[in-house]
Design a protein around this ligand. Structure first.
Ligand SMILES: [Zn+2]
Length: 278
């Protein structure tokens, strides 16, 4: 299975549009990125705790399961650091990476929810998102080219949708993926998955109406897409991704193109559309 098939096509479209606008996009320099990874690893070894089989056997097992599902020779480790915030981050250089996960996630999330979180972070590695430093580029173009800078943020949002697909592939269940997102958004625990699913479905419908009627632009100047849209993208792709994760066949690249069109139409229907190149 070529993971590239799973990349949200709107992400690739935006990347090409950015290259067309700015010229060759400055990807993180190869040597520099290698140095960044080793500096980060030093910090992690100094300030965080490495999750090993001996320390947390169950967590380590599901972590290994996720890695095995992805194949492709990815090599990296998982670290945990004390923090009450539901968050995780990754830095990668080629196939090497390190993932940092906040302790609240390991303490509060179910193993299935953690599969989604691990898969999401590994998704950033699979799609090499670390290569394209939006956070560094954005301040440089923000004032000079407001529309271009919005494209950078949109790319970053689209990259989250791509990463969520790998999360879903590792997790293999829509319910756990939904409650993982739900808990991240709401901070509430112990939520029945059907309630979480209903909450997201309703909120997505309302969000669509809201975004069509009002110019709620400021909300979109952020690097992560609103959680209900991420949920919708996961829900639409769920059956295909579950089939793929089980290796049971039934994955359809054509079906994926349709899903991509629907989600990118939602993202595009927001603000700035008149200026957006196609
Ligand atoms: Zn992410």
């Amino acid at each position: 299975m070529d993971m590239e098939t799973l990349r949200f096509s709107y992400e690739s479209h935006l990347f090409r549009a950015i290259v067309a606008r700015f010229g060759p996009v400055p990807l993180v320099n190869h040597d520099h990125s290698k140095q960044l990874l080793s500096a980060r690893r030093r910090d992690l070894l100094g300030d965080a705790v490495r999750v090993t089989e001996d320390l947390l056997p169950e967590v380590h097992t599901i972590w290994q399961d996720c890695l095995n599902k992805l194949e492709g020779g990815l090599q990296g480790e998982l670290f945990v650091r004390q923090s009450p915030e539901y968050n995780a981050s990754v830095f990668a250089h080629e196939k090497r990476f390190d993932i940092l996960i906040h302790s609240a996630l390991l303490n509060d999330f179910s193993f299935d929810e953690l599969r989604f979180v691990f898969g999401h972070e590994l998704g950033h590695v699979v799609f090499q998102h670390s290569q394209f430093p939006v956070r560094d580029l954005y301040p440089l173009v923000k004032d000079r080219d407001p529309e271009g800078s919005v494209m950078l943020l949109r790319w970053s949002q689209a990259a989250e949708v791509s990463a969520d697909r790998i999360g879903m592939l590792c997790c293999g269940q829509l319910g756990a993926a939904a409650t993982a997102l739900f808990r991240t958004a709401s901070g509430l625990s112990g939520m029945d998955e059907n309630r979480a699913l209903r909450a997201f479905r309703n909120q997505y419908s309302e969000l669509e109406v809201q975004l069509r009627s009002a110019a709620d632009r400021a909300a979109w100047v952020r690097t992560h897409p609103m959680i209900p849209i991420r949920f919708k993208a996961i829900e639409l792709a769920a059956l295909d991704l579950i089939a793929l994760g089980k290796g049971s066949g039934g994955f359809s690249a054509k079906g994926f193109q349709r899903i991509d069109q629907q989600i990118s139409a939602t993202l595009e229907s927001l603000e700035f559309r008149p200026h957006f190149p196609h």
